[in-house]
Write a protein that binds this ligand. Structure first.
Ligand code: SF4
Length: 443
């Protein structure tokens, strides 16, 4: 695991779960400290004392020195939580139980994701992404990306057998989903192999035909994965990789661009399905030259199953100017963002307008195709309009493209057969059918 000079906590009841103590001991040993115990009712005080909520509420800054994230080893919990009412009472009627508190209580385990669209049978026009159950075994991250706010605390589950018992039911109840994205709010290899989440998930999904999970990462900590020679392509390794200058300045806690590609190559050679996202493409001053390098690195000694593209998004121009030094960015990009400011107030893909993003994609596609004529190139969470513009050139449309972490994008698949918004028939781990807009979308 990473070397984290942070404080370590563990839920006081961890020994009730037979598989948890070994995980706790391995993390304690790696961090060189004994974990401090906490109980459910201590959570609000810990959040306050350690500033976890505050640090989760703001983006990382690439320009200040942020202390390492605390590590909390916690317990997943399914069904009604015995201490939720007590916690509500402790907080008083004017203070809600926050999302972070629910997370630390172990109540966030599986979530039916649908791009913020209540009716999961339709795509969102400015965020084309397939509806699916996403899995959470840990949340929080230490990579300090300037466009992200997952700091303060890394919360990781130590009762994975209990978690996997419920995950097995979810898998059985949802045959329409073959691939499960894990830890979209974290980066699993940060605590591996000590936390043992990847091993536990491998052991579980291997009990089912054609079921896989995605490890979504910026990490180069993968040597432990090479030892899982029985992986059977059940773990799909998906890297998000920014260009070298962007990674150096704006992802200061993550490995360099070159280190990430080297890690991807190691996994590729060991037979893992490897997928690459050029995401976010931060339009740095030299992004055109860097696109050429990125294409070369992505195809040097490996053939990813797919290369996904997405520019920097999900923030307004003011945030862009605060989180990034405009001097580092392409003046054309800044001008495009400033000009589009008023037109993009409700656009999920702001700050860069469609025309500028299309210019970026056009160049990246050209550079990739100079090296490889047929590696699948697709968008990640772009707009329906972008799909209409580039569909013919890419050879896919918004329904049938293969993507990095889609629920039907199984290893080796080159094109989806069914419409991902129509095949979905979600059912919770405990057997409740979920209707569009209905309750029960997270457990
Ligand atoms: S690696 Fe991902 S989760 Fe971690 S800080 Fe960067 S964007 Fe956030």
């Amino acid at each position: 695991m990473y070397s984290l000079a942070s404080k370590l906590y563990v839920h006081k009841d961890y020994a009730d779960f037979p598989d948890a103590p070994a995980r706790v001991e391995r993390i304690e040993s790696a961090m060189g400290q004994e974990a401090e115990n906490f109980g459910d009712l201590d959570i609000p005080d810990l959040i306050e004392e350690r500033g976890w909520q505050d640090r989760r509420s703001r983006r990382f800054s690439a320009f200040d020195t942020t202390p390492d994230q605390d590590v909390v080893l916690m317990l997943s919990h399914f069904g009604e939580h015995p201490n939720l009412a007590k916690l509500t009472e402790k907080l008083g009627k004017d203070k809600p139980v926050t999302g972070l508190m629910r997370q630390l209580l172990g109540l966030r385990n599986m979530n039916l994701f649908s791009s913020g669209v209540e009716d999961f049978h339709k795509p969102r026009k400015d965020h084309v992404c397939r509806p699916q159950w996403q899995l959470f075994t840990m949340e929080g991250c230490s990579h300090q990306c300037a466009y992200c706010s997952l700091g303060g605390v890394i919360a990781a589950k130590v009762n994975m057998d209990y978690y996997c018992d419920h995950l097995g039911k979810l898998i059985e109840n949802n045959p329409w989903q073959q691939v499960f994205l894990t830890n979209s709010n974290s980066d699993t290899p940060i605590l591996e192999p000590e936390i043992g989440h990847i091993r536990a998930l491998l052991d579980l999904v291997k009990r089912y035909d054609n079921r896989h999970f995605v490890v979504h990462t910026k990490s180069a900590n993968v040597d432990h994965l090479l030892e899982h020679t029985d992986h059977d392509q059940r773990a799909i390794m998906l890297w998000t990789i920014a260009t070298p200058s962007a990674a150096r300045i704006y992802e200061p806690g993550a490995p360099s661009t070159e280190e990430r590609f080297a890690a991807a190559r190691k996994c590729y050679r060991t037979g893992y399905p490897v997928r690459i996202k050029f995401k976010p493409i931060i339009p740095m001053k030299d992004w055109r030259e860097e696109a050429t390098l990125m294409a070369r690195l992505a195809l040097d000694g490996m053939k990813p199953e797919v290369i996904n593209l997405l520019t920097l998004t999900w923030m307004d121009v003011t945030t862009l100017r605060n989180a990034f030094n405009p001097e580092d960015l392409d003046p054309e990009a800044m001008e495009a963002a400033d000009t589009a400011k008023d037109d993009m107030t409700d656009d999920h893909l702001r700050p860069f307008p469609h025309a500028f993003r299309a210019t970026v994609y056009d160049h990246f596609i050209t550079e990739i195709r100079k090296i490889d004529p047929d590696v699948p190139i697709t968008f990640s969470t772009e707009s329906l309009d972008m799909w209409k513009q580039f569909g013919e050139r890419l050879g896919y449309d918004a329904r049938d493209y293969i993507c990095g972490c889609g629920p039907q994008s199984t290893p080796g698949c080159r094109r989806l057969e069914g419409n991902p918004w129509k095949v979905i028939a979600p059912m919770s781990w405990d057997g409740h059918a979920i209707e569009p807009g209905g309750p029960g979308r997270s457990a």
